[in-house]
Design a protein around this ligand. Sequence first.
Ligand code: KDG
Ligand code: MG
Length: 402
Amino acid sequence: MKIESAKVIVTCPGRNFVTLKIMTDEGLYGLGDATLNGRELAVVSYLEDHVIPCLVGRDAHRIEDTWQYLYRGAYWRRGPVTMTAIAAVDTALWDLKAKAAGLPLYQLLGGKSRESVLVYGHANGKDIEQALDEVASYVDMGYKAIRIQCGVPGLPSTYGVSKDRLFYEPADGALPTENVWSSEKYLDWTPKLFEKARARFGFEPHFLHDVHHRLTPIEAARLGRSLEPYRLFWLEDPTPAENQQAFRLIRQGTVTPLAVGEVFSSIHDCRELIEEQLIDYIRCTVVHAGGITHLRQIAGLAALYQVRTGCHGATDLSPVTMGAALHFDLSIHNFGIQEYMRHTPETDAVFPHAYQFAQGSLAPGDQPGHGVDVDEELAAQYPYRRAYLPVNRLQDGTLHNW
Ligand code: KDG
Ligand code: MG
């Protein structure tokens, strides 16, 4: 099966998505997500100008060789743009191989390790009351795991609390909007949120929380310790992880489980975190970490150290990533949980998909391939719109992590 051509589809049904479509001489096509939120066109150019010319004529079945060709062949390794572009090719080739075999992708990855995939949804509110009402609606929908974020008194806005409660992940400005942050206020407030959440819902639902890289290691240790009575499923991205050793300090201070990795693009970003058992969950996912081929290596390393997976699944990752991730989640042994933010009806219409939610879990379906398609005519009705993620400043004006 030879690759005959490939093209990049850019669409904005409310937010931007980049999709790679690879066509073969056997009439089959495969799809891969190539969306890098806020920097989408860099990956479009990487694919169109540098990758697609190398794909034409290649054997579509040689997934590993193509991965190595693009990774080693570029000379310039790793990084989010490169690894997202490689991921798109890799995902499309796995989709093709499974379609050629007439099998759902999870069968090629070793078959099912479970019947469906535990997911967590996002509850948020401008205050604790509103956030907990939102938790109640997730419990009613059948969710067994819920991330909770809420506004902090004295701060006009904070991460995870949206204008639109359902479809949050903002990349909403033609230029970046500016937020204001105070770690002191946040550290004093957040334990109250989880105290009230446990008082209202008991200990049955799993609760998660995302710090979004905003604390120092010692502040993160303090937060983790103060949340211990409320038994979080995980505390996410407590501090930036460029320095993986920073997590040693957090680990020494708390037994709250730690999750990290949504911004990682390769196994080298998390090798020490995993080998030194500094985290409990690794959050890399298909689109930003080199596709299924590379993600399997990360999960394989993690399995040696009892680190489980918790793939990133915000709405800026397209349904193509969600579909592919679910096949991966279903197949590996050390699966932990899958993030699931629902896409808008407009996005779902552009990307018809086989995966389905029931009783707090998602199942990828049994269509050949990863089970996600793209309606190109509909996609063309939503042209690209430049959109940035916000930036974040401390109260004295110092630029901080968003
Ligand atoms: O594009 C950035 C988002 O994907 C990120 O802010 C979402 O932190 C996030 C999460 O945990 O879903
Ligand atoms: Mg996150």
